[in-house]
Write a protein that binds this ligand. Structure first.
Ligand code: BGC
Length: 246
C-alpha cells in the first residue's frame, strides 16, 4: 500500500509517497522550507502544496515535533505557541480533503527504524533518540511503540536535557564534538539509570556517518548502541507507516 508521508520539521516540510511494505519512497522527495511564522494555518497551507504536488488523494501520515494526543497537539517547545490544543488531524484532513494521521516526529522516525532500519532486529526495550534542534524519543518494547515519551525533557543539569545536549546547543555554544559527546553521555547515563534499555539507536542530524565518526568513540553504553541509517527519510517513512496502524 502507498501512503503519503509528510515530515514537518523546524527547517523544512518534506513529503513523499511511501510503499509501506518496503519502506521505499515511490517518488522523489518534495521539500518546502518552513516559514518563519510557522503557525498551524501556515503549515497547513504548505501541507496542501505537497499534497497537490503529488496529486494525492489517499491516506496521509504526518509528523509534528510535539506531543500529539489523539490528534491534538499538547506541547510547543520548538514550534509556534499557537500549536497548543490545535486538533492537527482535523485541520490537515479538512485542508487536504484526505484522511490525515499525525504522530510525534521522534515516534515516526523510531517506527521507520524498527520496521526497516537498525532497530529491525532489536528485541526487548529499545529507545530511539533523535538529536537535532531538540531531543526526541521513541520507546519500543518487543517492537511495539509506546508513544509520546518526550525524553528530551528529562531533567539534566537543572533544566530540560535537550537544552544541554541537543545538536542546536552544540552549535549555539560552539562545543567541540568531544565536548558535546561528554554532555550527551550524561544524558545516556540518565536514560540507562532510569530504564536500563537493551538497545539505544541515535538518530537525527548527528547520525550522519560523517558526524558519527567525530564523536562515537567518546560514547559508551551498557545497551547496544547504534546509529540510525535512514536519517533524512525516517520521519516520512515512519509517518506513512503509522497512518496504517492508528
Ligand atoms: C519536542 C518533541 C520532539 C523533539 C524532536 C522536542 O522539543 O518536545 O516532541 O520530538 O523536540 O523534534
Amino acid at each position: 500500500m502507498e501512503v503519503l508521508g509528510i515530515d514537518i520539521g523546524g527547517s523544512g516540510i518534506k513529503g513523499a509517497p511511501v510503499n509501506t511494505s518496503t519502506g521505499e519512497l515511490t517518488a522523489k522527495r518534495f521539500r518546502i522550507p518552513t516559514p518563519k511564522d510557522a503557525t498551524p494555518i501556515a503549515i497547513a497551507a504548505i501541507v496542501l502544496k505537497i499534497v497537490k504536488h503529488f496529486d494525492w488523494k489517499g491516506a496521509i501520515g504526518c509528523t509534528v515535533p510535539a506531543r500529539v494526543e489523539h490528534g491534538l497537539v499538547r506541547t510547543a517547545t520548538n514550534i509556534h505557541a499557537s500549536w497548543i490544543d490545535t486538533h492537527v488531524e482535523q485541520l490537515l484532513s479538512e485542508k487536504t480533503g484526505c484522511k490525515v494521521t499525525v504522530i510525534n516526529d521522534a515516534d515516526a522516525a523510531g517506527v521507520a527504524s524498527i520496521k526497516f532500519g537498525r532497530g529491525s532486529a532489536a528485541k526487548g526495550l529499545v529507545f530511539f533518540i533523535t538529536v537535532g534542534t531538540g531531543i526526541g524519543s521513541a520507546m519500543f518494547y518487543n517492537q511495539v511503540l509506546i508513544p509520546g515519551t518526550e525524553l528530551g525533557h528529562l531533567w539534566l543539569k537543572g533544566d530540560a536535557a535537550e537544552l544541554y545536549a541537543s545538536d542546536r546547543t552544540r552549535v549555539q555554544e560552539g562545543l567541540s564534538w568531544p565536548e558535546w559527546a561528554g554532555r550527551f553521555q550524561q544524558y545516556l547515563n540518565r536514560i540507562e539509570f532510569l530504564f536500563a534499555p537493551d538497545t539505544i539507536i541515535i538518530g537525527g542530524g548527528v547520525s550522519r556517518p560523517n558526524k558519527v565518526k567525530l564523536y562515537s568513540k567518546y560514547l559508551s553504553s551498557k545497551a547496544d548502541l547504534h546509529f540510525a541509517k535512514l536519517e533524512n527519510e525516517a520521519g516520512i517513512i515512519g509517518a506513512a507507516c503509522s497512518a496504517l496502524i492508528i
